[in-house]
Ligand binder design. Sequence first.
Ligand code: SF4
Length: 112
Amino acid sequence: MLDLIEASGGPIGPTGWMEQAACAGESDLFFAPFAERPEARVRREARARTICGQCPVAVDCQDYARTNRELGFWGGESEAERAEAGFPPTTPIIGRKRVAEERARDAMARAG
Ligand code: SF4
């Protein structure tokens, strides 16, 4: 799977569901800032989880994030929860927020 992601140069799976994302414009809630404290992460992810709980495409989003080993909070699931489910992110910690934002922006652009 990892070889497929690296070879494709883009996301695997459909992205049309992103047009219905309830988190549009809320990327600060879904991607950790540099050196985020654990308490702040808990608060941020709780707010993100609330939005995901009202999102009509949460299942598609979670599948996408797991398949593409995304960073950040997707489909009601944190990076740690995805890793526990067997889908850890593939990106090194350094520069993760920037990489995550670029990947999300690219995916949204492809979907739009
Ligand atoms: S499930 Fe959450 S992260 Fe995924 S599109 Fe919906 S609101 Fe955004």
